[in-house]
Design a protein around this ligand. Sequence first.
Ligand code: GUN
Length: 303
Amino acid sequence: MATILDGKIVAETIQAGLVQEIASCKARTGRVPGLDVIIVGSDPASQAYVKSKEKLAQKLGLRSSLIELPASATDSELLATITRLNDDPQTDAILVQLPLPAGLDTWRALDAIAPGKDVDCFNPVSQGMILLNRSAIFPCTPAGILRILDHYSLDIAGLNAAVIGRSFIVGKPMSLMLSNRHATVTLCHSKARDLERVLRQADIIVAAIGKPGFVTPAMVKPGAILIDVGINHVADGALIESFHYEPWRTSFAKKGFALVGDIHPGAFNASSYYTPVPGGVGALTPTMLMVNTLELFKQRLHA
Ligand code: GUN
């Protein structure tokens, strides 16, 4: 029987530690860590994400603020906001919500964030520090995945790992972080040839490709660890039905859509451990943002 890797339990465990550490930081330094989130435009999914981040920050006792710029904002307005936060001693962590509206230069914005306040690790300096295994913080999604593996005492040293998807948000840093933990890593993507053969050799698969049920049972080695980063909004009832997976069926029946992972649930039975969607990797990501905020605060204040 495969074991479910429960992201909610891991998140709750981390949050309990954070509450204590934040209170102790306040006692030592007289202030609490502060996260400032910049959102440009009114994309509903992005708005929902940033609101949930604010709520979690409040729950844990962090200071947080949301800076909303109109979709018509220019690169220089965005850069001016980032520069102001770089210079503000009350700001420990800066997050620019992605994607930015078309017409804005994402790289210019990410380049402008001071590396010491770069809570996402999306700045080129931060990405370089990950490459060199010299960073104290890591992008939230891959960092959450390592926390899940740690919580369940899964040692990946020496294992064959396959990461599918090579974004700078998940796949690329994930591949480096797994390599830093002594896995033998293959970084796969949509153009990979004979992906099935590569995946069948993997002891752990991290799927972050954004395609519902992309990793089929035939692609999975028996006993593999399956980590699903996919959060695909699917409203096609026939597609959902084809997965024969109760949580997605129930969600579709209630809401008319389901958040579907990149891994076909038919593969779960043959695996040793797997993260469900929802309730797996996604349940950790906002918590890791708070972990990073606290860490940046401690670095900056030598606290
Ligand atoms: N949009 C989707 N994921 C992320 C993330 O991890 N950080 C930011 N800033 N924007 C995102």
